[in-house]
Design a protein around this ligand. Structure first.
Ligand SMILES: *Cc1c(COP(=O)(O)O)cnc(C)c1O
Length: 373
């Protein structure tokens, strides 16, 4: 028999719980675009989207057209917004025929989409992406009114919203987010005065939604809070979301080693006195950050134990000195709960010097997922 030692579990009931929780933080008329890009942050695009759809999500946001198509092909009927726009003829054609909405950030893309919509005798819904300080995709906020005047002749586009994105809403000390909100609201007002109702404007991500009520507007775009993570490891959410993903391996070997034994590549750790170590069946190839070397922890027999030495491709070593009850084959939890202890994505991210988004994406990508609800 061949067995899978490592296990990635996705708790869909936690996802539903988190959706209810974030909804309770919003005015009743604010819509939620659930962000499901990158395989729903590693949690599984179709399973997550089906669950959100069954729980009344207003729309789904993906990065690329191929993700939107995957959703439609798996029977998802909820409105879908493509956040990174369209690049090719085929993408334009699929966008129009499947009624995807798309973010638009340049004139050529707008003309291209309009042309395709005309060919199919339809209207394509667009959100214009506005740069208010992210310095990434978008039309500079000062250029939006001229941009709209230039696309006003494109009769097969339906401008439903402006959208912008925060660059540092996870930093509560910064007042830059307030500046971005002010610039965005101003440009929304200017475009409305040209006669566009703009019923679906959005700027807030999770961090902005939490820290800035005046950013909610007509719609918020939420990702990480639905998956039970924080916008950055030390961010404080006023409500307690539940982790959705967990990841565990198994102990392959337990060893009793003398004082001053080097551990793993580079001998970056030496035992300090006689020590018992557990060698666990997962490493960076399984999506664990290599930054956990000598810094993260793992749950064994319900206790939090330190990772020692360098994390290897498929193995990680941890110190279990004094734990006589542990056996080879026992479960070792890198992410999730065991006994009364929990390691969250943000705990892991803090140890590894990254953010929970990256932890979820890489664990989710590298492992087969088991869904529970
Ligand atoms: C990923 C993304 C979001 C979601 O951000 P969270 O911090 O996960 O809530 C919102 N808007 C855009 C444009 C994004 O790319």
């Amino acid at each position: 028999m061949i067995i899978e030692l490592n296990r990635t579990t996705i708790d869909l009931s936690a996802l539903v719980y988190n959706l209810r929780l974030v909804r309770s933080m919003l005015r009743h008329d604010v819509r939620i675009m659930a962000i499901v890009k990158s395989d729903a942050y590693g949690h599984g695009l179709t399973q997550v989207s089906r669950t959100l759809e069954a729980n009344g999500i207003d729309c789904l946001g993906v990065a690329f057209v191929y993700e939107a198509l995957e959703l439609r092909n798996s029977g998802i009927m909820t409105p879908i917004v493509v956040l990174s726009g369209i690049q090719t003829q085929q993408e334009a054609s699929e966008t129009v025929s499947n009624n995807f909405s798309t973010f638009i950030y340049d004139l050529e893309m707008a003309e291209f989409l309009d042309h395709e919509a005309e060919r199919q005798n339809k209207k394509a819904a667009i959100h214009i992406k506005v740069d208010t300080g992210m310095g990434r995709l978008g039309v500079m906020h000062t250029d939006v009114v001229p941009f709209i005047k230039r696309i006003s002749g494109l009769k097969h586009l339906d401008l439903v919203a402006l959208a912008s994105h925060f660059s540092c809403a996870d930093n509560c000390e910064s007042d830059f987010t307030a500046t971005q909100i002010r610039l965005f609201r101003k440009v929304v007002e200017d475009v409305r005065s040209l006669g566009y109702p703009l019923p679906l404007n959005s700027i807030a991500n999770t961090a902005g939604m939490v820290g800035h009520k005046d950013s909610h507007l007509e719609m918020v775009r939420l990702g990480i809070s639905l998956y039970g993570g924080m916008p950055s490891p030390n961010f404080i959410l006023p409500v307690s979301t539940r982790p959705v993903m967990s990841f565990s391996g198994r102990i392959l070997q337990i060893r009793d080693l003398p004082d001053q034994t080097p551990i793993s590549y580079g001998r970056r750790y030496y035992t300090n006195g006689p020590a018992r170590t557990a060698i666990i069946s997962a490493g960076y190839a399984d999506g664990l950050p290599r930054g956990l070397s000598n810094s993260g922890s793992v749950l064994i027999a319900g206790k939090r134990r330190p990772i020692i030495g360098t994390v290897c491709m498929n193995l990680t070593i941890c110190d279990i000195t004094g734990m006589d009850e542990v056996r080879e084959g026992d479960e070792a939890v890198f992410l999730g709960s065991q006994g009364g202890e929990t390691i969250t994505g943000d705990d892991m991210a803090r140890s590894a010097g990254t953010i929970s988004y990256e932890v979820f994406c890489s664990l989710g990508k590298r492992n087969k997922k088991v869904y529970i609800s």
